[in-house]
Design a protein around this ligand. Structure first.
Ligand code: ZN
Length: 563
């Protein structure tokens, strides 16, 4: 059941963000047996081409940081700690702290006066504990502890090249020491704004530096990273030896908090927020269980590919309540986690998954939506109209490889039982036709939904003016006589006198206006229309329905419960 399409529709209406998701996950095998209430998940924040040379952290709630790694069970194993409140993780290549422009405040490879070099002097031997290594490192300016594949080392300095490090080694009289670098997986923790290394971590066996903010377990930490605030910890992985892939290591429940406030405004009715929380939690668990982004070192990305997530800065009392009151609850069908797809608004009826994506999903069945209509006045562009001229369709089809002799007809040729367009057909002047089905009825023309009708008119007529410009109507035009008097013109009011004295009415012509048929698409809704309408959830909540009612309406035959 692999599906490649993922889409999200964002709407700023009633201060709410809405989205549509289509999950691309394998059906869970024996999912039910292993589902847990609140696993630790990893959400990619910077990865792939956005991976960072350096990543700053700033304590917001809680103070200091524990440094170590997350083990195979995602349990944090502490190696060191610091009471600094502003630290940065940098890759172990020569990096610089930016003091101006786009790099101001960040470590990057753009040169500046504050450089963190990747050559160090390593004191002889190794140490049994962090404390022993720290005591040895403390004897030197720029000394720090390095954890290298499980071995404790004391290192000194951060030099830009081997020669500088050797010169410093000689100056310090450390004949027994060695100049060292790290593997391409090494990272250093520095005090932000300086070249002072606090700790270095290098593992060639796949372990990654983890950072757990706060030194007091009784404080629920909030930490600022690149302008957003996060609960939980962080992981830094140099995938293939490159820049830092930064992940937020966080409990599922805390993550759901962040998604709910992205997907709906915290000001929405509580039961709608609760329905959204169950959907977001179920989606996240399926992604986590499926290892959706495991090759990149995390479970879910923070983008619309998975679910939008920007930390927890706008968490409200209502969103906290919504997540807490549904804690651990997932959407189930036949003992397995359901595909909790959702979208902004259905325009009057949802659609069956089989008619949109082609795979029949028993609980994703199209329904007439009697609720959403009550909140239409809150939704921007609930009803929408798009027009295409025949020429525009001709060009569009040609650009997509459907070589045609000029489109002359476009219509909906099949609708679903709930009235959505599920097959559309384009016909050219030679009689050749092309049909698009299912979700293509929406995406092929870039429409907001597949809930629409098409009408055509022989529009595009006009009046040629002095052989150059074209007026589509005479309304707003004036005639002027030899004395400078003007008179307003209207369509049908203008006559021409021929050389033989004959009088004829001036009418618009198709050739002047381009002659192209115009197709008008009149629709409502926004999204793929499968699963839950977020605005429908809003409406149901406002009408007194519970989140279970909402979920049961939009997902036929599902259960809402803990594992
Ligand atoms: Zn993703």
């Amino acid at each position: 059941m692999k599906r490649s399409l993922k889409e999200r529709f964002v709407q700023f209406a009633a201060a709410a963000l809405s989205c549509a998701l289509l999950l691309a996950l394998p059906a869970g095998k024996s999912q039910a047996a292993s589902v847990t209430v609140d696993p630790t998940i990893r959400v990619g924040l910077f990865y792939g081409t956005s991976a960072l040379p350096g990543a700053n952290l700033l304590n917001e709630v809680g103070s200091g940081y524990r440094l170590g790694y997350y083990d195979a069970n995602r349990v944090f194993q502490q190696l060191a700690q610091t009471s600094e409140t502003a630290i940065s993780v940098v890759k172990t290549q020569n990096v610089y702290y930016g003091t101006s422009g786009n790099w101001n405040g960040y470590y990057d490879t753009i040169t500046s006066d504050i450089a963190v070099g990747c050559y160090h002097i390593q004191l002889p031997g190794s140490y049994g504990t962090y404390e022993e290594a720290a005591a040895a490192a403390a004897g030197y300016s720029g000394g720090f502890v390095a954890w290298i594949d499980g071995s404790w080392q004391a290192r000194v300095g951060a030099y830009m090249d081997s020669a500088s490090a050797q010169a410093a080694q000689t100056a310090l009289g450390l004949a027994e020491a060695a100049v060292v670098g790290t593997s391409s997986y090494g990272v250093s923790v520095v005090k932000t704004g300086t070249s002072q290394i606090l700790f270095q971590f290098d593992s060639t066996s796949g372990l990654c530096l983890g950072i757990k903010p706060g030194l007091d377990d009784s404080v629920k930490t909030e930490t600022i990273f690149r302008g957003n605030t996060y609960y939980g910890g962080f992981q830094y992985q140099r995938v293939s030896g490159g820049n830092l892939t930064v992940s937020n290591v966080i409990s599922l429940e805390d993550y759901v908090q962040g998604v709910v406030i992205q997907e709906m405004s915290p000001s929405w009715p509580l039961e709608a927020l609760k329905a959204q929380a169950v959907c977001a939690r179920t989606y996240a668990y399926r992604s986590y269980a499926a290892g959706k982004h495991s090759s990149q070192g995390f479970d879910l990305c923070n983008d619309v590919h998975c679910q939008a997530y920007k930390g927890i800065a706008t968490v409200s009392a209502a969103s906290l309540q919504a997540v807490n009151e549904t804690r651990g609850q997932y959407l189930w069908y036949n003992g397995a986690l359901a595909e909790a797809v959702y979208f902004s608004h259905d325009g009057g009826a949802t659609e069956s998954a089989v008619n949109v994506w082609g795979g029949d999903v028993a609980y994703l069945t199209g329904k007439i939506d009697p609720y959403e209509a009550s909140v239409v006045n809150k939704i921007t562009n609930y009803n929408w109209t798009v027009t295409f001229t025949a020429q525009e369709l001709t060009d569009l089809l040609n650009s997509k490889g459907y070589v045609n002799s000029g489109i002359v007809d476009f219509k909906v040729t099949k609708t679903s039982p709930t009235g959505n367009a599920i097959e559309i057909t384009f016909t050219d002047s030679s009689g050749k036709s092309w049909s698009k089905i299912r979700d293509d009825c929406r995406t092929f023309l870039g429409l907001r939904s597949l809930r629409y009708t098409v009408s055509s008119s022989s529009g595009g007529t006009g009046y040629s003016v002095n052989g150059s410009g074209v007026l589509n109507t005479l309304t707003g035009a004036y005639a002027i006589d030899g004395s400078g008097n003007t008179a307003a013109l209207t369509d049908g009011s203008v006559y021409a006198i021929g050389g033989d004295g004959s009088v004829s009415q001036v009418t618009p012509s198709a050739s002047a206006g381009g002659g192209s048929t115009v197709f008008t698409i009149t629709g409502s809704g926004w999204g793929h229309n499968v699963g839950m309408s977020q605005w429908g959830a809003y409406a149901m909540a406002q009408q007194g329905y519970t989140y279970q009612d909402i979920l049961s309406f939009y997902y036929t035959g599902i259960e809402v419960r803990q594992p």
